[in-house]
Ligand binder design. Sequence first.
Ligand SMILES: C[S@@+](CC[C@H](N)C(=O)[O-])C[C@H]1O[C@@H](n2cnc3c(N)ncnc32)[C@H](O)[C@@H]1O
Length: 272
Amino acid sequence: MDVNKWNEHSTYDGLRGVLDPNDKKGSKNILLNEIHWNAIKEGLEKDPPKRLLDFGCGIGRLARDISELGITYNGVDRSPEMIRKAQEIHSGSMLDFRSYDGKVLPFDDESFDAVLSCGVFQYLVGTADFELVLSEIHRILKPDGQLIMIEQASGSGATSGTVQRTATERDYITALVPQFKIHSTKCVRVKNLSEKANSMIRSPLIPRFLFKYFVASLAKEEKRRIKAMSMQEVATYPYYDFLMVTRKSRDWKLDAATSTTKGLAQTTTHKA
Ligand SMILES: C[S@@+](CC[C@H](N)C(=O)[O-])C[C@H]1O[C@@H](n2cnc3c(N)ncnc32)[C@H](O)[C@@H]1O
């Protein structure tokens, strides 16, 4: 993982550092944020966790919304500059943001009901770091705890400008099982937004401050559009965002023979 890259992204304005860095006007990112939050909220409201870890929280764009649902929020990120900015944005709140060294999560075993990864695993799946990250998330989750993610998957095998990987949904599932059981998965956004959304995003007549008034209805229209698509149609897009809900598998234990992370996970304890 390139810490310098994410430190630099933390200096971008608005949501550009954590969503589309090319969206200078800012309207597209407002819509993406709304689409992500609607999908996450739906899952959280169905089975509300008491305490949630936002893994790779960035500037904490989802922190306030999550805590307003009555959920105790903790955020960690590998980039110290993202954490510094998150703390600055949310100064005066009870929200907790901490740096993560990429090895051991600074929390006790079985201390979270849910972990959220939004736009983070897409950079890790298929890398050597992923096994360690996953075993740490498994360790801090309570039995049956949820791992919820919104990540980019490749449909037709292409990469996007920001995510230079071609992981398919199947690749994510293969990487998560057997530590986690897959509960549900659904597409929440395809690469191309509707023509209407695109023209409103680009229109010089609708500046960013005005766009906010249209975003709720546009997000609802996008949801309806995606819902009407078959998985075959979704897979024709170069990439799409999907929401996956998984549960910690109780039976899975770190295996000394197959894991390089056993020593770390078993000999280190942390206070939350
Ligand atoms: C695209 S941003 C998403 C931020 C946030 N989740 C959001 O949705 O707004 C990806 C974030 O993942 C963080 N990240 C990347 N690799 C990580 C790792 N191995 N452990 C923790 N954070 C990581 C980056 O520093 C960056 O803040």
